[in-house]
Design a protein around this ligand. Structure first.
Ligand code: PMT
Length: 409
């Protein structure tokens, strides 16, 4: 699909970009450029903090509109420029959304132009968080995130990786092209095809997990994330709000999907539970069953002929999601098996108390891990359906068809 196709839903849209006060504010300049390239009209409002990083004039040059920086605009009708602007927007985007800005949005404060605009508008809101990884993972920020999500706010990112302060972790602003793609697929912006998942929150896990043995080695597996990413893309296309919890993979974030990058099974567990409550959970990730008992700070030396690893079980994310008291409408697991596929899959369906399990054979050429195509069979309490070999993108669409059927069964 070309970039123009992906973002054509933005053509003619009136987008209000609210820029928060973080170092990532400079990336918002590129975001304005890309949104305009996609055919949107863009107006920009900045917090006082944002103006410490980038000048209003830079945004004005790129957007073609005066950048708004104050609540009290004497040039606007009735000096209430913020109300006009809040009414004008088809969608409001906050990027970067700092921890402070997220907290003020979650609590409905209106103590500056940006928070007032967000409170005064009836347009859908998208936020792209960016902050230090410890601030992102803090219980207060995660609670604010859950509040915003529950209110229907679309969340894009943050991505995992090096941060400005020299540390690394989840907290990087999603790349401008990811934000544009997410907006293009955002509910309310020119939806295409059936919207039979509209209004539903779906959490999808994808990819492998890496369990670090020491600073240079890890236990991993061959999952590429292709299956889980295809499912997330398909669900978003059909109107769902999708959070994709991704292990270490090299895939672009599907349009309209909020992505949370993780490395280990423990991190995937925490990210999945932070994304709840949800209506549907789809566990397509190949989560490590075991992890080293103790993290080793220094490289393990080659001192003897053999090496025994002391491993302990990881939390079973899928079983815990299915068992939690805030019941989901549907919990879907995957089973990767090399033999006795149907028997093992049905056992997992029962043992983990799932609504649906999708079994696939792994360890074969042209299917399972890494391949672009797959074949699979879905099992539920009193039924099953086979999906013949096909590209994972098509299988994802067919699986979503089945999920919609099971929701309505
Ligand atoms: O990523 P690709 O290269 O596209 O490959 C796709 C796939 C083969 C990885 C995918 O189709 C698949 O089968 N995913 C599940 C792989 C797996 O871990 O299967 P399992 O049988 O070990 O686990 C059963 C279920 O429990 C899975 O839904 C898994 O996400 C979940 N689980 C497992 C262990 C654990 N600690 N927590 C879990 O949630």
């Amino acid at each position: 699909m070309s970039g123009a196709d992906k973002t054509s839903g933005l053509a003619g849209q009136r987008l209000l970009l609210c820029v928060g006060g973080g170092i990532a504010a400079y990336k918002a300049l590129e975001l304005v450029r890309r949104l305009r390239e996609a055919g949107a009209e863009v107006q920009v409002a900045m917090t006082a903090g944002a103006q410490q990083f980038v000048t209003p004039l830079s945004f004005q040059a790129l957007s073609g509109h005066v950048t708004r920086t104050t609540l009290w605009d004497s040039g606007a009708e009735q000096a209430m420029g913020h109300i006009e602007l809040a009414r004008w927007a088809d969608r409001v985007i906050v990027a970067p959304a700092t921890a402070d800005l997220m907290a003020r949005l979650a609590h409905g404060l209106a103590d500056d132009l940006v928070t007032t605009l967000c409170l005064a508008t009836t347009a859908p809101l998208t936020i792209a968080p960016a902050m230090n990884h410890r601030m992102w993972q803090h219980a207060a920020t995660q609670a604010n995130l859950a509040t915003l999500r529950a209110r229907g706010v679309q969340v894009v990112g943050p991505n995992d990786g090096p941060l400005a302060e020299g540390e690394s972790g989840p907290g990087r602003l999603a790349e401008p092209e990811e934000i544009v793609a997410a907006l293009a697929g955002a509910p309310g912006l020119a939806p295409t095809g059936p919207q039979d998942l509209a209004g539903l929150n779906i959490v999808v896990s994808a990819g492998p997990t890496y369990e670090d043995l020491d600073p240079v080695r890890y236990l991993g597996n061959r999952s590429s994330g292709k299956m889980g990413f295809a499912i997330a893309a398909s669900a978003a296309k059909r109107g769902a709000r999708v959070t994709l919890v991704a292990g270490p993979v090299h895939l672009a974030t599907p349009a309209g999907v909020t992505r949370v990058d993780v490395r280990s099974a423990a991190q995937m567990h925490d990210a999945v539970f932070a994304a709840l409550p949800a209506d549907i959970y789809i566990g397509a990730a190949a989560v490590a069953d075991y992890t080293p008992r103790e993290p080793v700070a220094n490289k393990i030396k080659k001192s003897s002929e053999s090496l025994a690893l002391d491993l302990v079980r990881t939390p079973d994310i899928l079983a815990k999601v299915a068992a939690q008291t805030q019941a989901l409408k549907l919990v879907v697991g995957f089973a990767a098996e090399t033999n006795n596929v149907a028997e093992y899959a049905r056992k997992k369906l029962e043992a983990k108390r799932l609504d649906l399990i999708v079994a696939n054979r792994v360890g074969i050429a042209d299917g399972g891990f890494e391949s672009d195509q797959n074949a699979m069979t879905a099992y539920w309490k009193d039924g099953e359906r086979s999906f013949a070999t096909a590209p994972k993108t098509r299988l994802a669409d067919e699986l979503i068809d089945l999920i919609v059927e099971r929701l309505n069964a």
